[in-house]
Design a protein around this ligand. Sequence first.
Ligand SMILES: Nc1ncnc2c1ncn2[C@@H]1O[C@H](COP(=O)(O)OP(=O)(O)O)[C@@H](O)[C@H]1O
Ligand SMILES: [Mg+2]
Length: 365
Amino acid sequence: MQLPAMEQSVKVKVEVSDVSLAYDRTPVLRAVSVTVEPGEFFALLGPSGSGKSTLLRLIAGFNQAQSGRILIGGEDVSRVPPWRRDIGMVFQNYALWPHKTVAENVAFGLEERRLPKHAIRTRVTAALELVGLQDYGARRPGQLSGGQQQRVAVARTIAIEPKVLLLDEPLSNLDAKLRVYMRAELLALQRKLGITTIFVTHDQEEALSISDRVAVLDGGVIQQIGTPIELYDSPANRFIANFVGTINLVRGRAARSDGGVTFESPAIGRILLPGAVGEGAAEIAIRPHAIVLAQSGAATDPARTWVDGTVEAREFLGEFVRYVIEVNGAEITADEPHFSDRVTYKPGDPVRVGIDPARVKLFPA
Ligand SMILES: Nc1ncnc2c1ncn2[C@@H]1O[C@H](COP(=O)(O)OP(=O)(O)O)[C@@H](O)[C@H]1O
Ligand SMILES: [Mg+2]
């Protein structure tokens, strides 16, 4: 079937420039600046209460900022009401009309815009087809699964052909398996439409897996903006290091030494970090898969720094085993790829923990 009404939309840029917002006197967004490129799938990631929904609602026009500007397609919309912003928003709870059919739900926004009847029919059919619900138009939301309801909410939003698609935790009401399936589907749909999309989530795995770029918010402040790989490999601070992916943080002291830093901590003793810069109270960050384990007493790679520990717990995850190792009173998480002929350790086993200094990041504490 032809979908002339809904192929590739005009791609617009969304610019949030130095925006601050407070409720009463409590600051919720502080000098937030983000540029979302035309056609980008962009995530706003942060813990609960960090200001993600507030920022999204601000872009939609439901919130008012105290200062700063919002541009959509180069036009300052700070004083443009939500219904004139050409924006489609999908809410976490879908907000479907329970007594209307699926087709009537999708048609609703088009009727409000007073489109001719035949145009509404064409757009509803096209939108339902895009989300794979062409045979469900006559059902009511209550007769659909959670995933199907979510698709109706998306269909209803794209039917109005917005220039920007805003999604506020659209997958968080779905069970874990469906969430993984639906996020890929959302991305495929976004790619098909080419629509600039801003996706809010508190789930770092969700953000990393489907986004072109991610802005991480904490306490109303943008901590870092980058591609998923940039955030993971080059976290700007310890918050990002800890929030994006799993990481070990070890407290200690840094001292300048030849071509780098000597870091000393009660947990892992002394480790030389070539190329690092820093002095005084500091923390090092090490990813679990950058650590190797060896049997106690075995010959070990001298390029690594080794400390003795005891296996405290392990989780068998199929592709790899995640160990928690006790070293001098601290806990270190280490991931080892699993193969049937490879040694696995049990809780209580003594092990050696090998750290590659080249894979250690240093942050001021
Ligand atoms: N209408 C409001 N009035 C007062 N405070 C609010 C209002 N909406 C949100 N907040 C507060 O603003 C902060 C950010 O909220 P929100 O943007 O919903 O966070 P997130 O979506 O990241 O979980 C929270 O501390 C929240 O309690
Ligand atoms: Mg929210």
